[in-house]
Design a protein around this ligand. Sequence first.
Ligand code: E4P
Length: 273
Amino acid sequence: MKIFIDTADIEEIKTAISWGIVDGITTNPTLIKKALQKYRDRISSMEDYIKEILRIAGRLRPVSLEVISTDREKMVKEATILYEKFNYIANNVVVKIPINPNLGEGNDFDGIMAVRELKSAGIPVNVTLVMTPEQALLAAKAGAEYVSPFVGRVDDFLRTKVGMEFKKEDYFPSDGMEYDDEVINDNGIVSGVHMLSIIKEIFENYRFSTKIIAASVRNARQVREILEVGCDIATIPFYVLKDMIKHVKTEEGMINFVRDVENEYKEIFWKGE
Ligand code: E4P
């Protein structure tokens, strides 16, 4: 099981990598915007900033970078630009293509067609904004290297249906939530993690090699449920990673252990100094 960090914040990336538990990085235009807002004074060129992220990630950690257009031709062009401009740095660029980029007047299948073309060109693709098992299937059929189901946003969508407000610490049970005696669902999907488990089953049934990245992760409890599903990768925001290490009894235990160290025991560590 791999952990990716879901951020474009270079300090978060450096810190999480220094912990020794990060296997890759995912970015998107919103995360890049946040990083730009935070480091505007220090970022002299976006290209250099991205190159630095790729260098820090290194050869063994894939970094997803997203295209910005909504039609097939332009997305393929942008994906090629991203790959040619940046992949030589550490051979770790993965291009993110939305499953359905149609904003109203376009073609729903432009994303899928772009994935197919990029697959033929040897450019690895992470298909993003996946909210259903059906979309995940289409992405896998088109040859995606990765598919990113948005667990948290599916939960947000279900919450919105019943007028619930979202808070980051909110937990949405994977077996669905009852509201006025009915389980809230979207066409049979009762939670983001439920969607994920169906995708996992479909990929196993038909032996797709496309890897599943559980994305849009909101809290540590959700990470645990993702692990139970057994998907390949979870891309986790920095604040969730930091929450995962904490427990009040661990902290209390540490205070007691440090307090209880006797001099006789300490001496073991002094010897030879
Ligand atoms: C996935 O790769 C996306 O960057 C991400 O997980 C989006 O999550 P959000 O719903 O927290 O914006």
